[in-house]
Design a protein around this ligand. Structure first.
Ligand code: GTP
Ligand code: IMP
Ligand code: MG
Length: 340
């Protein structure tokens, strides 16, 4: 398996950070490259008792041997980027594409003050929308225009494709989720770009023919931040009672929640050409599964849900996450013949 793309199947925050960081330790990729919108994403990674939040760097950062890259389709906030590079002491292994669009203070201000963006859509206020507008108007600054970033610049699509052609393991990390895609989501309550697998590949300069696996990540229930429809939405009290109430990584807002939605899951498998499914937060739905790593130890009810997801989506559930820590993972890829 050389090139694997990991994307979200619901409304973002499915736990891609957890799955991607697990895969980074397990598969030891030469390169992990981030696609997606920009620092509106917030990935949580828990490794060796340390919790990290990542908004710009790939979540594979916990594997010190992996080279970390950001594709030209991703917007970069230089302050957030430089802070993360320093926090993870990653200066020697980070490459930023020279054509990444830049988020400036004026974009953040607009995102936070605009009545429509803040009031109606409920954006993350990170400047991504206004910066993408400038990118489309062709007035945006690019990474190569920012002196502080010069030492990190490179040709990311070239480096990624070179590694793939040499048979190296490459992970392409998506952000957000299928139903907040500008094209396939619940418009206008969406982010400012497509975020399905094809778009994530385009963000990093990888064509569809070199992709070997597309892993679609679902949470065991559905969550959503910001406005927009959420079929079967629970009241906040009910979400709290079930232990489903979460807070957003970037904005601190409460995440709305609903039960697992098989119809959305089926469509997400189609839209992303998913070859495998990862399900997170299994321990929240089935507390007896907490920290399990062995599929055969799952309870009858837990296995039944896996069977139903597979029957409804016609895709194999290859990874089951049973806790926030990287170690709390059931990996069925070997048993399912998905490791080449
Ligand atoms: P975006 O790129 O912003 O869409 O985020 P994301 O998909 O990386 O998810 P995020 O980290 O924002 O939210 C997932 C939350 O669930 C985090 O707090 C994780 O630590 C937590 N989490 C992930 N997997 C599991 C799991 O299997 N069990 C439990 N209990 N928590 C988990
Ligand atoms: P924006 O991308 O900041 O413009 O926000 C547009 C919508 O997408 C809002 O509903 C946000 O809450 C949502 N959104 C953007 N990025 C993420 C993410 O990474 N996780 C979850 N929701 C997101
Ligand atoms: Mg998040």
């Amino acid at each position: 398996m050389t090139c694997t793309v990991i994307v979200g199947g619901f409304f973002g925050d499915e736990g891609k950070g957890k799955i991607v960081s697990y895969l980074a330790i397990k598969d030891n990729p030469k390169i992990a490259v981030r696609g997606g919108v920009g620092p509106n994403a917030g990935h949580t990674v828990v490794f060796r008792q340390r919790e990290s939040k990542l908004r710009m760097l790939p979540s594979a950062v916990i594997n010190e041997k992996t080279k970390l890259m950001i594709g030209p389709g991703v917007l970069v906030d230089p302050n957030v980027f430089l802070k993360e590079v320093e926090e993870f002491n990653a200066m020697h292994r980070v490459t930023l594409d020279k054509q990444c669009g830049i988020i400036e203070e004026k974009h953040i201000e607009k995102d936070r003050l605009d009545a429509y963006l803040k009031g109606k859509i409920g954006t993350t206020g990170t400047g991504c929308g206004p910066a993408n507008v400038e990118r489309i108007m062709r007035t945006a600054k690019m990474a190569k225009d920012v002196p502080m970033l010069l030492r990190y610049l490179g040709d990311v699509p070239f480096l990624v494709n070179e590694a793939i052609s040499m048979g190296e393991v490459v992970h392409v990390e998506g952000t957000q989720g299928t139903y907040i895609s500008l094209y396939h989501g619940t418009y206008p309550f969406v982010t400012t770009k497509d975020v399905t697998a094809s778009a994530i590949c385009s963000d990093v300069g990888v064509g569809p023919k070199v992709v070997d696996e597309v892993i679609l990540v679902f949470k065991a229930y559905v969550t959503r931040v910001g406005a927009g429809e959420l079929p079967g939405e629970l009241t906040e009290q009910e979400a709290e009672r079930r232990g489903w109430l979460e807070r957003a990584t970037v904005t601190g807002r409460t995440r709305r929640s609903a039960p697992f939605n098989y119809e959305l899951a089926r469509r997400a498998v189609m839209l992303n050409s998913a070859t495998q499914i990862a399900v997170t937060k299994f321990d929240i739905l089935f507390p007896e599964t907490k920290n399990l790593r062995d599929f055969s130890k799952l309870s009858k009810d837990a296995k039944k849900m896996i069977d139903t997801i597979e029957a409804q989506t016609k895709a194999p559930v290859s990874i089951i996450s049973t806790g926030p820590d990287v170690e709390a993972t059931i990996d069925r890829r070997g048993e399912l013949g998905l490791l080449k």
